[in-house]
Design a protein around this ligand. Sequence first.
Ligand SMILES: C[S@@+](CC[C@H](N)C(=O)[O-])C[C@H]1O[C@@H](n2cnc3c(N)ncnc32)[C@H](O)[C@@H]1O
Length: 347
Amino acid sequence: MIDKAFNLLKPELDNASGTALWIADENLLNQMNRVNTEVTVITNRFDLRQQLDDAGWQATFSDFDFTGYNDHSVDKILYRISKEKPVVHHVINQAIRILKPGGQLCISGLKNEGIKTYLDKAKKLFAGQMEMVKADKNTWMGILSSPGAADTELLEDQHYTELREVANDDNYSYISKPGVYGWNKIDKGSAYLIEELNLFLERLPNAPESILDLGCGYGYLSLNCASLGGKITATDNNAAAVRLCQENFDRQGIEAEVIAADCGDGIQGKFPLIICNPPFHQGFSTQGDLTDRFLNTARRRLQANGVACFVVNLHIPLERKALNMFDSIETVAANGSFKLVLLAQPQ
Ligand SMILES: C[S@@+](CC[C@H](N)C(=O)[O-])C[C@H]1O[C@@H](n2cnc3c(N)ncnc32)[C@H](O)[C@@H]1O
């Protein structure tokens, strides 16, 4: 599907020169453009970085980290807005810091994503210097020229870069930050999976020697499996998640491997225990179904006689999706919102 907001940005991307940055997030998966070798792309998604690399872009994978750019050192920034407000505000705040006086920030988005409000705020920050381009009544782009420094307060980005304690329970205190799915709480489905973990563990012949956490987020599931003693491998597609998960392990003195990967692609080895709370949306694009891809990785990485533990919303037909992939599919528990599904290939 063509993203109209990104289309508006394309001519600017084609013409960018000097020190130019394209800030790309999940909305841009499968939205390609002619490569401009003068532009560096910053993306927080591992799958997108791979696509960009393959296409020939110069791409970096980070949690929209601009620390490598000095104040007033960049000529142009191109940005199709993200879903989460703190991310958008972070990028706009960093733009005013790193753009040269007269340097340009081009931001596009759709009305129902709040582009009008973002442009109003950015215009204030950029002292009124904005040109507006509209593709139609819903698809807008603002081209803002930097006055050199902001003379009003920066936008509220919830201290985007700061790691902080966001939740705790009897076992741990969890460190997180904006930019990660459900960043400021314990996911209810994941908490349910941990509460009922014994329903899965009792099917294993021994304590698991290794554990794979697919889509680890800040690491809640992995941390709560650490006491089982198996070597943990945790993986996620999101740069902030990978960083936070590692940080939570380090703070708890847990030795584990955290790997950036798209649905666990490229992870080697077989695991007797796999834990997963899969995402059920993927930006605007429909590149196969994410749940199917997580199931597929679980199938490939599950050791004989191992168990994969999935937690999903009740309405997700996980059992049906798993039908041709696993010999044994069992819903071991459910509450009003979630179900826990055990997948295995007894051999
Ligand atoms: C529902 S959250 C679960 C997070 C964490 N396991 C927890 O229990 O709090 C799903 C996670 O999948 C990750 N994710 C989304 N798309 C992914 C992909 N293509 N590959 C790997 N992880 C992905 C998200 O970044 C998010 O951290």
